[in-house]
Ligand binder design. Structure first.
Ligand code: GLP
Length: 249
């Protein structure tokens, strides 16, 4: 299924409402979270709703998709820091169980195994929120990542480092590695919501629709998910014809 909104703001509001409904209906649910510019307005609207309704969050469990290798939790560009800055520090109460991969673990391979095991020990993800990178990556799963992958260490592509370089003072500071949930971890979520906004993502959205389900376009796996929703604004959806859109109806 897909939804198209006139503005990125409306897409963010809708997504926040959907997340809020999920938390209200499943106070003890397992929520997969994402980072990136797309999610900033989503979290801003979610905070507003959670405050307005004084929604209890103590029983909620969250798992973030990914984290840079080598950035400490206090580093302003770590995803741990991002989540505090854009969501957790502003909530009326905090989920008891907040999980992100530890990109500073001494044994990264063991940390990856621990992370997938932790997701599974919570019964898997109930809802996974996703953004998409310009090359079709989800989490930090770069093109050609195996669809049966679980949490793993990735070498970030030049494209991804350039895309994310805008958040750093200079390109050299952008980490070269990250830990990401695998495609299989993501696909095992019971529900998946992908949010894509802005004209700069229009070609990515077109590629997503044109691509067969194959590992060269990581996000294409989502087309096979039984409960997948793609939320876009007009600008992101502008290159996709109504015929192509209807393939996701
Ligand atoms: C990064 C992150 C993804 C994110 C994507 C889009 O590479 N690893 O999890 O969804 O980029 O980010 P943005 O919303 O800033 O475009």
């Amino acid at each position: 299924m897909y939804r198209i909104f006139n503005t990125p703001e409306q897409a963010a509001q809708f997504t926040a409402q959907l997340l809020h409904e999920f938390i209200t209906q499943r106070p003890d649910g397992v929520l997969g979270l994402a980072t990136g510019g797309t999610m900033e307005p989503v979290y801003a609207h979610l905070i507003e709703r959670l405050k307005q309704h004084n929604t209890p969050l103590e029983q909620l469990t969250t798992f973030n998709l990914d984290e840079y290798v080598g950035l400490s939790r206090s580093h302003p560009q770590s995803y741990y820091h991002y989540m505090q800055e854009h969501l957790f520090a502003h909530l009326p109460s905090c989920p008891d169980s907040i999980n992100l991969p530890n990109g500073c673990a001494t044994d990264l391979e063991q940390e990856c195994r621990r992370y997938t095991a932790a997701i599974r020990s919570h019964g898997g993800l109930d809802l996974q929120l996703l953004g998409v990178g310009s090359n079709g990556q989800i989490g930090f799963n770069e093109p050609h990542t195996a669809f049966n992958s679980i949490t793993h260490v990735v070498e970030l592509s030049e494209q991804t480092r350039l895309d994310n370089g805008r958040f750093f003072d200079n390109f050299e500071e952008v980490p070269t590695q990250a830990i990401t949930m695998g495609i299989q971890d993501i696909m095992q979520a019971k529900q998946i919501v992908l949010v894509v906004t802005g004209a700069h993502k229009a070609h990515t959205v077109l590629d997503f629709f044109n691509s067969p389900v194959c590992e060269s376009m990581p996000a294409s796996c989502l087309k096979d998910h039984p409960n997948f929703l793609l939320v876009m604004d007009q600008a992101a959806a502008q290159l996709v014809s109504p015929e192509l859109l209807s393939t996701l109806a």
